[in-house]
Design a protein. Structure first.
Lengths: 282, 258
């Protein structure tokens, strides 16, 4: 081997090890977090944890049923508001958004995407909580939806843009009106990607705490009334982790584990959905 | 060129000019496509032959900046008339593209039925019949009849292209436009499509764009030669290839440029 060839091989080997180490670091963070959560939280995951409500401070026992149900309701409601608006906006941007209006919407979505979530929370507080004279789960959902919409709009747009132009032309040449081409052929072809984007968006907002501090507030009692303050897992972790009681810390660790598993589950479902589609489509 | 006297006139263009913005890519084309014939459109890359085809079903105007002047007459009526709905028109003029474009989310059956469903046909029996007929016409029926519910992407490239032909035939168009339909196929697939052209011209008027002169000679009754946006010469295929009247035509078909 000539000197140059040797050098090339050495460089290649070094670079490969470097990226391997870097990737390992990235994965290691997740492994550490999960290991900690399992070590400190798993032992508290019993039937009571999921079915009981919090007990008065200082007493032992009790669970976080109110926060689990609350997270379900607030995130579900946020998805109900956010998904149609987000997906609709994304479709519009991809199919009709080449003009000035499209440019503006895209710009606003990108700015919103970068807005700190606490700012969204304060905004929801001024616009919803104050006029409605009280904290509520609904205000929390709206804040989360506002976080979610630009994210989903942009991923939907990207996914729809990935659909080859030739497919669109084939539908138009067959006598499809434009709107039907967009929905029946283009959006359907991009569906796996859109669904994945939605799941990732939901996973992302499920862990948000800041916007909920100003809106849903938190509640020690169990409620399903969306006009009342409601407890959520992230908010409950935030409160309990700061509390003085060992019992609270225990519940916070377990809640963190549950929340993390929920987000992981959504991520895995998203992966699975995309694999299903691509398996059939490619 | 003198079309056979008994042939009903099907499609013709009168001084058709196609533009992108202010740039004309096709100039003043006047040509007649007699009913139940195959006309091949040949010429070097960038000569405007695909654009020409896309003017015939008003697809050209969907491209950024695309518009036309002149007329395109289908059975005597101008398809660019203001009261003609291009969406309705495209149901009368089928088109097949260079690369197979089956709808990836639909089954074989649904792909063929797509053009009918969009037209409001929903009856199960009627759809079954039309789908079978279209697949038979495209010489694909025997290969797919046992797996009509399978994804269209499970088919080979050649089969996918015949599926696209079936899909274009299902709504029973009057004219079939083929834009280099064999460009991405192997020789066997190409041969099947060429044989199809011969059979389908009994039912349809066919215009086929091809960069392959042997193919033009094999499948067509008439051949039109385009160069740099101009229609240089059109005539009976055997005459155009044996006794071209224009120097450019002769230079092209003898391979002196292209």
């Amino acid at each position: 081997m000539s000197g140059r060839s040797v050098r090339r091989h050495v460089t290649s080997g070094l670079m490969t090890s470097l990226v391997a180490v870097l990737s390992f670091t990235a994965v290691f963070a997740l492994v550490l977090i999960l290991a900690d959560l399992i070590a400190k939280g798993a032992s508290s995951l019993d039937w009571d944890f999921f079915t009981k409500n919090p007990v008065p401070a200082g007493q032992s026992g009790g669970g976080v049923a109110n926060a689990i149900v609350g997270t379900g309701i607030i995130v579900g409601l946020a998805a109900l508001i956010g998904l149609p608006v987000g997906v609709g906006t994304g479709l519009y941007l991809a199919e009709y958004g080449s003009g000035r209006l499209g440019w503006t919407v895209r710009f606003v979505a990108d700015v919103l995407n970068g807005t700190p979530s606490i700012v969204i929370g304060i905004f929801a507080w001024t616009r919803l909580v104050r006029p409605m004279h009280g904290y509520s789960a609904l205000a929390g959902s709206v804040a989360l939806a506002a976080l979610m919409i630009p994210m989903i709009a942009r991923t939907t747009e990207e996914m729809v843009r990935l659909v080859p132009h030739s497919l669109r032309e084939a539908a138009l040449a067959l006598g499809y009106p434009r709107w039907r081409t967009s929905l029946r052929v283009v959006a359907r072809t991009a569906l796996a990607g859109i669904v994945t984007g939605c799941l990732v968006g939901i996973a992302r907002i499920a862990g948000e705490t800041a916007p909920l501090i100003f809106t849903a507030l938190g509640n020690l009692n169990f409620t399903t009334n969306i006009t009342q303050p409601m407890q959520t897992l992230p908010h409950e972790i935030y409160e309990y982790a700061q509390g003085p009681f060992e019992e609270w810390h225990r519940l916070a660790w377990a809640s963190a584990l549950v929340l993390m598993s929920l987000v992981l589950l959504l991520g895995v479902t998203a992966r699975w959905a995309i694999r299903q589609r691509h398996g059939a489509a490619r | 060129m003198a079309p056979p006297a008994d042939a009903r006139l099907r499609l013709e263009t009168v001084r058709l000019t196609a533009l992108f913005g202010r740039r004309a890519v096709l100039k003043d084309v006047t040509i007649i496509f007699p009913a139940h014939t195959v006309t091949a459109v040949i010429g070097p890359s960038g000569c405007g032959k695909s654009t020409f085809l896309r003017c015939l079903n008003r697809m050209h105007e969907l491209s950024e900046g695309g518009w036309v002047t002149g007329r395109v007459l289908l059975d005597g009526a101008d398809i660019y008339d203001s009261h003609v709905d291009p969406v309705q028109l495209r149901r009368r003029i089928g088109m097949v593209f260079q690369r197979p474009t089956p709808f990836p989310t639909m089954s074989i059956y649904d792909n063929v039925a797509a053009g009918l469903r969009v037209n409001g046909h929903r009856g199960r029996r009627e759809l079954d019949e039309v789908v079978e007929r279209a697949l038979r016409q495209a010489a694909l029926w025997d290969e797919v009849k046992d797996r009509l519910r399978a994804s269209a992407l499970a088919l080979s490239g050649g089969q996918q292209q015949r599926l696209c032909i079936a899909r274009a035939l299902a709504p029973q168009p009057e004219v079939l436009l083929l834009d280099e339909p064999t460009a991405s196929l192997d020789p066997a697939g190409t041969q099947r499509i060429e044989e199809l052209c011969h059979e389908l011209k009994r039912l349809y008027t066919i215009v086929i764009v091809t960069h392959n002169m042997q193919q033009a000679a094999r499948v067509s009754d008439y051949t039109a030669f385009f160069y740099l946006g101009d229609l240089i010469e059109v005539g009976r295929t055997e005459e155009l290839f044996t006794r071209p009247t224009k120097e450019q035509t002769e230079a092209y078909i003898t391979g002196r440029f292209g």
